[in-house]
Design a protein around this ligand. Structure first.
Ligand code: PHE
Length: 370
């Protein structure tokens, strides 16, 4: 370090002499050349040409020199700084270019590589069956009718001719929604859509209504508290039970193949008269297993027929409550479980599989339908 220049004796400050400056430059150039990344180069720049680099510190000594020596030293340091600045800029450019090339290579996307496809969902078997059943009727020119799942007790029961004390209204079957004095419930069947369709539509009416229904049932292999029905309703001039039978047979053949027909067994529903239960001819054995113990049929349990749903000629009281002239118009209605239909058509044995959401179940079951 230099002391104060008290006696004006020309003092050569050693850090500023030629050898020293050259040594600093050589060292810096070596470090610049050795930097392998722009980050390393940045550190080199700070160390060798930053404010606290040996060169900058030496430069501070210039002021202590006599005029000529100051000029020489100034030029020397100036040249050295210029040289380092140029070398750093050049190295920076080369390293940055190399880094860009490396990044472009590393990040290259081969668009021809096979990709792992994200697992896809599948149409739920009930949705698929619902669509299939509706399509059968849409092809005949019928329309889809819909109604709410939260329904007025009046439409679910009264408009359908259920008496006030009918057992189906009991709390044990029906999920009433509080406050009960509002008389709303989760619909127990899709039949209230019959009443809604008749009130809302012009005659003639040809509709199918698919949808969810609710009953206070246990959750087990053969019962779900929420299941699905397909309702059909026709009101037109001159409609009879024969039209009903023909429509059901057409649905049966469309879903289960030629040769499958339906059978009607007398039954009772308040909203149809006469009423019947619908049986489906077994689409596996076509009845051949009946009375043949050597060839049992698992699908119909060798009964030849499978229970499918309910139906009948629309009770004139139902038509009248919708303001329809029963002297001119008549109709038929039917309703069947969609879940049940999938169950025996696709050999599903446990209804709980329908709600547990395993996509493999949907895929395996509907593989043939979609
Ligand atoms: N709604 C009846 C049920 O849920 C089925 C049905 C529909 C019967 C239409 C007759 C007519 O069991």
């Amino acid at each position: 370090m230099s002391g104060p220049n008290t006696n004006y004796d020309p003092v050569q400050v050693s850090p500023l002499d030629d050898d020293h400056v050259q040594a600093m430059v050589d060292e810096a150039l070596a470090a610049i050349a050795a930097a392998r990344t722009t980050a390393e180069l940045k550190a080199v720049r700070i160390a060798h040409s930053g404010d606290r680099s040996p060169l900058a510190l030496a430069n501070r000594e210039i002021g202590a020199l006599p005029p000529q020596a100051r000029k020489d030293a100034g030029q020397r340091v100036g040249r050295a700084r210029g040289l380092l600045g140029g070398a750093i800029a050049e190295r920076q450019e080369a390293l940055a270019a190399a880094e860009l090339d490396a990044a472009l290579i590393a990040e290259t996307v081969d668009v021809t590589l096979p990709v792992a496809l994200a697992p896809q969902g599948a149409v739920h078997p009930i949705t698929a069956m619902m669509d299939m059943m509706c399509d059968v009727f849409l092809d005949l020119g019928w329309e889809i009718a819909e109604g709410p799942e939260l329904e007025a007790e009046w439409l679910n029961f009264d408009a359908l001719n259920f008496t006030p004390d009918h057992p189906a209204r009991w709390l044990s079957d029906t999920l009433f929604v509080e406050p009960t004095q509002n008389h709303t419930l989760m619909r127990t069947h899709t039949s209230p859509v019959q009443a809604r369709a008749l009130l809302a539509r012009d005659l003639p009416v040809y509709v199918v209504c698919p949808g969810k229904v609710y009953r206070a049932d246990e959750y087990d292999a053969t019962h779900l508290p929420v299941f699905h029905q397909l309702e059909g309703l026709v009101v037109d001039k001159g409609i009879s039970m024969a039209h009903l039978k023909g429509s059901l047979d057409h649905l049966a053949r469309s879903l289960f193949g030629d040769g499958v027909e339906t059978r009607l067994r007398p039954h009772f529903f308040p909203f149809t008269e006469p009423s019947a239960e619908i049986d489906l001819k077994c689409f596996v054995c076509h009845g051949a297993s009946v009375g043949d113990p050597d060839n049992p049929c698992r699908t119909c349990r060798s009964e030849g027929w499978i229970e499918w749903g309910g139906c009948g000629v629309v009770n004139p009281r139902v038509l009248a409550s919708a303001g329809i002239d029963t002297e001119i118009y008549s109709g038929f209605a039917f309703g069947m479980g969609i879940d049940r239909t999938v169950m025996f058509r696709n050999s599903a044995t446990d209804l709980r599989d329908f709600v547990e959401g395993d996509v493999r179940f949907s895929r395996s079951l509907m593989g043939d339908a979609r």
